[in-house]
Ligand binder design. Structure first.
Ligand SMILES: [Zn+2]
Length: 306
C-alpha cells in the first residue's frame, strides 16, 4: 500500500550552491498525490513543482526541477532518495528558497527525520513502473541502463584518476531497508580542483568540508575521513535512487550506471518512457510491494551521524 508521513518534519540548513539558509518542511499528503515541492517564498505565480523527470532541467551538477512558470527547486536528489528509500509515496515538501538544504551531503538526516516521525499506510496500492525491456543511454564514455528485474536493484561503477577514489563497483538490491542501512549516510564527493572551479563560477558557495568529501589526489581532505571505504560509489547509488524516483513512483527494474551522473540518469528515464513497450505502470501486489525500498526498515539499523 501507499505510505505518507505520520506528521510533518522540518529541516534547516544551507543550500549547496547559493550558500543561503533554507527551511524545508515535509508534510503528509493524500494517497495518489505523489511528491510535490512548494516554494513558500514565491508570492506571485505557480509555486508548485511536481517531482517528475520531464521537469528536470539538464544541469550537470545537481538535479533541478523547473515548472512551466519557470519556478525551480535545486539539489532535490538527496531528499528524493530518502523518500524513495523510506517508502514515502506521498508528501508535500515546502521550501522557503530555491534549494533543498545540503545537510551533511548525504540523505541520512532526512531518513532519520522521516523515520522518527514514522510513516502511515494509506488505502491505495503503490503505483510502480515495471521495466519490460532494457534501455540504455550513453554519453562521453558514461553509460546507464535499466533492465527488467522483479525488485529494484542498483549497480554502479566509478573510475576516478584520484587514488583516494579510484575504481569502485557495488551492486545492491534495495529491498529490506538496505538503502537506509548501507547507502543513506554516504556523502557527496568532489575534487579540490572542482570546488575551486565551481566557486569561480559562483557555484558551491555553501560547500564546506562538513557537507562533502573533498579529495585531492590520494588525500582525503575532509576531517574524520570516509564513512565507508567505497563511500563515493555508495553516494552515486544514492543519487541514482533519488533520480529514478522522479519516474513518479518506484521502479521495478535493475539500474546499471557506469560513470553516469544526474543528467544521464534523467536521459535514461526519458528514453524509458519514450520507448514503446519498455515500461508499464503496475498497481503492486503485496509480493511486489514487499520487494520495494522502504519495506523492512529498522530504526536501530539507520546510521547515526554526529
Ligand atoms: Zn548527490
Amino acid at each position: 500500500m501507499q505510505h505518507t508521513l505520520k506528521t510533518s518534519v522540518t529541516f534547516q540548513g544551507i543550500g549547496l550552491h547559493g550558500g543561503k539558509p533554507v527551511r524545508m518542511t515535509l508534510r503528509p499528503a493524500a494517497a495518489g498525490h505523489g511528491i510535490w515541492f512548494k516554494r513558500t517564498d514565491i508570492e506571485i505565480g505557480d509555486a508548485m513543482i511536481p517531482a517528475i523527470y520531464d521537469l528536470v532541467d539538464r544541469t550537470p551538477l545537481c538535479t533541478r526541477l523547473v515548472n512551466a512558470a519557470g519556478v525551480s527547486v535545486s539539489t532535490v536528489e538527496h531528499i528524493m532518495a530518502a523518500l524513495a528509500g523510506c517508502g514515502v509515496h506521498n508528501a508535500l515538501i515546502e521550501l522557503d528558497g530555491p534549494e533543498v538544504p545540503i545537510m551533511d551531503g548525504s540523505s541520512v538526516e532526512f531518513v532519520r527525520g522521516i523515520m522518527a516521525r514514522g510513516v502511515r499506510q494509506q488505502a491505495a496500492p503503490v503505483l510502480a513502473y515495471e521495466v519490460l525491456k532494457a534501455v540504455t543511454v550513453e554519453k562521453d564514455g558514461a553509460r546507464a541502463t535499466l533492465m527488467p528485474s522483479d525488485g529494484l536493484e542498483i549497480e554502479f561503477t566509478i573510475d576516478f584518476e584520484d587514488a583516494a577514489i579510484g575504481r569502485q563497483t557495488r551492486r545492491m538490491n534495495m529491498r529490506n531497508g538496505s538503502f537506509a542501512r548501507e547507502l543513506s549516510d554516504s556523502r557527496t564527493f568532489c575534487r579540490r580542483s572542482d570546488v575551486e572551479a565551481m566557486r569561480a563560477n559562483g557555484l558551491a558557495l555553501g560547500g564546506t568540508l562538513e557537507n562533502a568529501v573533498v579529495v585531492d589526489g590520494d588525500e582525503i581532505l575532509t576531517p574524520g575521513g570516509l564513512r565507508h571505504t567505497d563511500e563515493a560509489v555508495r553516494h552515486k547509488m544514492l543519487d541514482a535512487l533519488g533520480d529514478l524516483y522522479m519516474a513518479g513512483g518506484p521502479i521495478l527494474g535493475c539500474y546499471v550506471g557506469d560513470k553516469a551522473g544526474h543528467a544521464l540518469t534523467n536521459a535514461l528515464l526519458r528514453t524509458l518512457f519514450e520507448t514503446p513497450g519498455a515500461v508499464r505502470p503496475v498497481l503492486c501486489t503485496p509480493e511486489q510491494a514487499a520487494r520495494l525500498p522502504g519495506q523492512g526498515l529498522i530504526w536501530s539499523e539507520i546510521p547515526q551521524v554526529a
